[in-house]
Each structure stands twice: as structure tokens, then as C-alpha cells.
Design a binder for this molecule. Structure first.
Ligand SMILES: Cc1cc2nc3c(=O)[nH]c(=O)nc-3n(C[C@H](O)[C@H](O)[C@H](O)COP(=O)(O)O)c2cc1C
Length: 169
């Protein structure tokens, strides 16, 4: 599957089947995150992998696991991320966004379904995962085998004419 195809096929899966993804699939997905671009190449991300009994920790802080058999909490180290306050308060957020998307697309290429989840309680995640103070939580990437297709929202995209501005305003 080429990259554009993976982008077209990917959707937010909100019902996963019980059979877990393989260790090799997970490794490939994590590798896709590892090689993502980051500001100044600082690679401030940390990927906290939760499977098996550890999924209880996900359920403690989010109602949006959707039965995923693997969850990755993407975080960044605020002491490692690049800063340029004129542009963004912290590049860590952007770096994590790129890493999570690369992982979602790699998953799609493997036939693994995913859902990026921002609906969680960071304070609870910090507590149950005993996160060090320097780690900022970004989003979860839920992973597994799909047991449902895309929702209507998936097909609702603004046309290019609405989002592309040529030559400035
Ligand atoms: C930063 C971010 C946070 C999201 N958080 C959630 C979430 O908490 N729960 C959920 O079901 N979907 C979540 N989504 C998925 C979006 O709702 C979804 O990407 C959007 O509706 C487009 O649908 P599609 O991904 O199926 O194409 C999130 C997506 C992004 C990018």
C-alpha cells in the first residue's frame, strides 16, 4: 500500500475486535513513530505502550479505548522539545502530532486499525502511569483489528477551495 492509499484508507476505528496485533506489527508501528521528523531533530517523544492488564490504566483515564488491544500514549519531554515562542509555545506538541500520524499510517499499511484519542484525563493518566514531571501527555493512539467501519464524519471533509489560499489574502 502506498502512502496516499494509506491516507485514503485510514479512518478512526471506534470498535475493535478481540484478537490482538502481533509484536512485529507493534514494532513496525513504533518504528514509524521513531523516524518521524521533529523540530531540531530533538525527538522529544516517548511512546508508552499499554497492552493486556495495562489496558486497565487506559480505561481509568479514558472512555475511548473502544476495545483496542494496544494503546500507545504519546508524550513528550518538555525539557527536550525545541522552543520558539514566536511560532509555537512548544514544538513538542507538533512533533508528537507528526509521530502519531506516522504511526497511524504505518498501522493502516499493515492492516491495523487505529484511533487517535484526545478524550482522556491527563491528571489520571499521570497518576496511573506514574509519569515523571517532565513528561507532557499528548494523545492516545488506539490500535487493533477493526470490528467496524468509518463513521459518517469520516467522509465529511472541506473542499480544497475552502482550505487552500493561493497567493495570500
Ligand atoms: C487530535 C485528535 C484527537 C481526537 N480525539 C478523539 C477522541 O477522543 N475520540 C474519538 O472517538 N475520536 C477522536 N479523534 C478522531 C476524530 O474525531 C476523527 O479523526 C475525525 O472525526 C475524522 O474522522 P476519521 O479519522 O475517521 O477520518 C481525534 C482526532 C484527532 C486528530
Amino acid at each position: 500500500m502506498d502512502v496516499l492509499e494509506a491516507m485514503e484508507e485510514r479512518y478512526s476505528c471506534r470498535k475493535f475486535a478481540d484478537d490482538p496485533i502481533t509484536a512485529e506489527e507493534l514494532e513496525t508501528i513504533l518504528e514509524a513513530g521513531r523516524i518521524a521528523p521533529s523540530a531540531c531533530n530533538n525527538q522529544p517523544w516517548r511512546f508508552i505502550v499499554l497492552e493486556g492488564e495495562d489496558l486497565e490504566k487506559v480505561d481509568a483515564c479514558s472512555r475511548c479505548r473502544y476495545g483496542a488491544t494496544t494503546a500507545i500514549l504519546v508524550c513528550f519531554d518538555k525539557e527536550e522539545s525545541a522552543k520558539n515562542p514566536d511560532v509555537t509555545p512548544d514544538y513538542g506538541w507538533i512533533d508528537c502530532g507528526l509521530a502519531i500520524m506516522q504511526m497511524a499510517l504505518a498501522a493502516e499499511g499493515l492492516g491495523v486499525a487505529s484511533c487517535i484519542v484526545g478524550a482522556y484525563e491527563p491528571a489520571v493518566a499521570r497518576e496511573v502511569l506514574r509519569l515523571p514531571e517532565n513528561l507532557i501527555t499528548y494523545q492516545f493512539l488506539m490500535l487493533g483489528h477493526a470490528d467496524s467501519g468509518p463513521m459518517r464524519m469520516h467522509f465529511d471533509r472541506r473542499p480544497l477551495e475552502e482550505v487552500v489560499i493561493r497567493g495570500g489574502f
